[in-house]
Design a binder for this molecule. Sequence first.
Ligand code: BES
Ligand code: ZN
Ligand code: ZN
Length: 475
Amino acid sequence: MKFTLNKSNGLPVSFRWEKETKDDFEKDLYNRKVFTGKGGEVYPVLYGEHPKIYAGLGKKEEFDLVLLKDLCFNLAKLGKKEGLEALTMDFISYEGICKRRTIRAMVEGFSQIEYKFDRYLKKEDAPSLQNVNFNVPEDKEDILQEGVDEALVLNEAIFHTRDLVNTPAVDMGPTEVSNYAKEVLEPLGVKVTIFDEAKIKELKMEAFLSVAKGSDKEPKFLIMEYYGNPNSDKKIGFVGKGLTYDSGGYCIKPPKGMATMQSDMAGSATVIGAIEAIAKNKLDKNVIGVAALCENMISGKAYHTGDIIGSLSGKTIEVGNTDAEGRITLADSLYYMATEFKPDCIIDLATLTGACIVALGDLASGVVTNNKELLEKVQRAANISDEPIWELPNFKGYKKYIKSEVADIYNTSKIMGAGTITAGLFLENFVEEIPWVHMDIAGTAWLDRQIGSLPKGGTGTHVKTLYHFVKTAKF
Ligand code: BES
Ligand code: ZN
Ligand code: ZN
């Protein structure tokens, strides 16, 4: 789909507030309740002298960019259904809302129609809209064009993240994920290093290796370095959970829960997507991303419940549950990031706990932090991105639930509840007191149904959050 400003024509779209009517024809539509201007409503009039599509903005006091994004998605759906090639419309300028953000939301909404995970489908999808034109004030053309371009880069990265997450484990193992990162990121000037099993062993990433050893697929440790400001020694660290499949190991998952566990590498896919967008838009910050990529499987070589394992940090871990494997691989990823790169802050993203889905559902990611100031910044980026996050408490009292009598730390919890918090507090042991935010994306990275413009399956949620966090960082 192409987006133009003040250029080509297409079928006009007329935006209306709820109950707003501009002529007798519109009054009639309103009286017959065919089109009332409710937020998200779209109605085509494809006959007569002035064909057009009406689009409802809802009540002025309830208007926001989420509504506008979803409305644009509905327009795209209608365009596809009616086989329309091009639409043209006035840019929606609303007091108090940044114009660049507004156009990003519109472009994002329209573009969502284009995402389809079709790698395994023979049948080609019907074409969607070819062109969307916005009539914008001439003096704002430059800034709005920048907004369009930025949204398109983000979208592409989000679509790539979704593809990585949606692709089944048989075709997206540690080797494929790391090779993909190399292919996409190296041409953008990102230094990509992939450690193979021998190197991982040499480094003594014993925690990561313990999880990986049940699988026939070789683990890989992926490092991505982007230096957008080589004159500065400030760095932002991103760490992603990279389980390309999580069967649960000997604490095996039930079939239903296991069926979508190729998505357990969504954290690493999000980091890859975010670095792609950051590098493409040449943000002037330094960003490092790492991910420990492996499968959690069952075999004669797999780790057992009850094992006591080492880790890169030297701390020992008692394995109370082989299905709590993400935190074990993250222990080495976080420690490697903290000690090797010494970044100014670390954000990790992980499909870490089912408990997070119980607590927050699929609307918000759960967050645990050791630094409120950093969290505020991440929160701001999440707000700009319309990707909600919600902090869970890190009270000291929770720490006793991950104590072990025989090792330095226990990989699950001694109590039933607070699973997302105890998982987060486990990770805190490996960040070397660097300001850190952990995002549990178990509920938001994968959807079992479409929600608004977000597709079923991999969502790519938080690619935008990470991007805007870097873009707005004050160093
Ligand atoms: N990958 C899962 C968490 C998950 C569950 C992600 C559902 C997405 C959807 C993780 O490795 C896991 O299995 N966690 C366990 C931890 C427990 C054993 C302490 C869980 O949540 O049950
Ligand atoms: Zn698991
Ligand atoms: Zn997992």
